[in-house]
Design a protein around this ligand. Sequence first.
Ligand SMILES: C[S@@+](CC[C@H](N)C(=O)[O-])C[C@H]1O[C@@H](n2cnc3c(N)ncnc32)[C@H](O)[C@@H]1O
Length: 194
Amino acid sequence: MSLEQALARRNERISKLGALCGGILCGREKITLEIGCGKGHYLSAYAAAFPNEFCVGIDLISDRIRDAARRAKNLNANNAAFIKAEALEFLEAMPEGIKLEKIFIFFPDPWPKAKHHKRRLIHKEFLDTLRRHSENGARLYFRTDFFEYFEWTRDAIAESAVWELSPDPELPFETVSQFQRILPDFSTLSATAK
Ligand SMILES: C[S@@+](CC[C@H](N)C(=O)[O-])C[C@H]1O[C@@H](n2cnc3c(N)ncnc32)[C@H](O)[C@@H]1O
């Protein structure tokens, strides 16, 4: 596929996502977002515990999104929606005027080899984009079992002009995600949008 074709497909995906989000998020001013939500273990339980927040989980894999939606339904978490989307494409498609209030990123793919580090979700550009879509004081929560990625993220946030590391990394809610169950040795950090 040529670069032009790839860009055209990306634009088409973003346009479809924009229409979908326009419907799901109509009338909302802020949302809680989980990026890479997997099968929704965390966000469906979170949404059930915080019925006044509207929660959106995104993931690249359709089957996981289907499982997540089923899980939320079983918990009567009507305030949760799960969408198959890539993180940057979702942010680009988000309707104007909607801001992120909380962002969860748990056990993101670590891409351990140096030659693959550029594939990691956390980079300066990603943090800047996330901030542009976040309200002032928004909170970002990050958890990983891969300590080198934890340090990478902590350093990226420490160097960020738009996010500030929080002294208290505690999550607003704890439940065990699918990957946390198999990777019980992890580190957590949180940051606040400046
Ligand atoms: C290791 S799993 C963790 C799932 C879940 N957070 C948990 O703790 O069980 C990482 C998930 O992130 C998703 N993912 C990876 N890159 C992504 C991206 N750029 N945008 C959205 N989802 C992504 C993958 O499809 C996968 O389901």
